[in-house]
Design a binder for this molecule. Sequence first.
Ligand code: F6R
Length: 606
Amino acid sequence: MCGIVGYVGRKAAAPSLIEGLTRLEYRGYDSAGVAVLGPKGTTRVRTVGRVRALEAALPKRLSGRIGIGHTRWATHGPAEERNAHPHSSADGRISVVHNGIIDNAANLRSALEAEGVRLSSDTDTEAVAHLIARAEAETLEDAVLDALGRLSGTYALAVLDERHPDRIVVARSGSPLIVGVGEKEMFVASDVAALVQHTNRVVHLDDGELATVTADGFVTFDRDSNETGRVPVEISVAAEDLELSGHEHYMLKELCEQPEAAATCLRGRLDERFATARLDGLALDARELRSFRRVKILGCGSAYYVGQVGAQLIEDLARIPADAEAASEFRYRRPIIESDTLYVVVSQSGETADTAFAVNEIKRKGGRVIGLVNVVGSSIAREVDGGVYLHAGPEIAVASTKALTNMALSFAMLALHLGRLHDLSFADGKRIIAGLERIPAQIQDIIDASDGFAPIVGKLAQSTSAFYIGRVRGFPVAREGAQKLKEISYVHAEAYQTSELKHGPLALINPDMPTVAIVPDDELTQRNIAACEQVLARKGPLVAITHPGVDLAHLGVDTVVVPKNEPELDPILLTIPTQILAYRAAVALGHDVDKPRNLAKSVTVE
Ligand code: F6R
């Protein structure tokens, strides 16, 4: 949710810190700050709002060559300057930036206050700065280790100490932290987005690991001070992948990248010869895969909704009972973990705390868990037993688009693979492969036709509330459509199963309440049309997202016509217009599309 950066080298630190923070702003954006250590000590500047406000507030001459910075998404205390990071010890000697949540912060804060420390913020992080400053230790490393021994919770920490002005000490437990290796300069970040401008050689710290980072290099070590000898790996993300490249918003850019991202996801994974999918990362052989009696999919938010698409695909193609559940609920309900269930977690960032916790819980209880993850080397990707990388490329906009599409494609390939190990015929396998191969171009067709959506966008943007309805395969599409509209346009939207409309929500239909109905050309078309008629009979405005063969002319409603694919794959394409409608409604309403209020890209806290 928050972003950490750090720099130590031969150049002034501040420009690198500001640049890194700007790139991390999508992670959290209610306040930001830096601490730069120079010959005259530490300069700490913190501001509420965006990184550009911080940049404007920096003193002109800030020459220190070592510093840390942070962009915050408030968890402990409101977005005020005193709660922004870096936090410091009373004498200003120690500066700390922190992602994650210290669970025992209240106790630590009371204990510090009882010892006479005056706290200046509401945060958990400030306690860490005081603990490090008060540790009786010769080295900064020992002081940090001493403080860590008193913390419970999750953290990625970066620490500066005026007594040891050549180094940043970093520590990780449950929140990502990366060391970037440059030429006579080193970087620290919570996300590779902050580093790729400078280096593609990185070390992803493991949980329980720390590092000392100086201008000339780094040393990694564990909680017992034993060196862990980590070596850098090369990452393939390029700085251009993180630029707007002429688009007005990242969401639009990422939405438009979908045809290519989808093609990349499928490339080399469709096996025409055996009419199956080749997913080498699963690390499960055919015998093991055949032994699973059930599939349980876990994800949060939109990833959970794609999980529902995935469960339907697995039931359709592999005939294995499958369902999806919100990982955020699963972790709290003492789930029964079964050895003949295949657990599948799905996450763009690979850092979502609720999903990561579900992985730990499943593994602790002996379950087999694979991951569909976008960010290579992320916490979830490293924790699972195997999986499928989404290959969507970096996603910056808070509202996910291309990663979700690639999640659905990955589920389709997983379902195909499982199906061919069960009773899916060769012919059906070929049919699905052909359908998957058509998808990138069909997404492009939808994007190309989207100027025609303007009248519908106007209606959605003007309403205060909307329904999204879908049946069976269409229901997750409706859920995702409603989610997108809510999160970026702030128009209230609710998704319902079309079949459930008459069991209650029909009472809300009126001329001010538009309904977006998912009406695919399938065995349920007539049932869906009947529901549309019920909405129209109550004078509810209706938009149908539908297929070329479906005759809705007699209803006189707004339609978005999406190219037809195989019925099992249709939800993937039916979702694309819902993204475009939400995006355009948000733009029409003048909202900050890429950084919707109260939300952050990667939810690394509970
Ligand atoms: C909605 C959205 C969120 C995420 C959810 C899970 O557009 O992006 O609902 O889908 O927070 O995030 P990941 O996929 O990173 O685990």
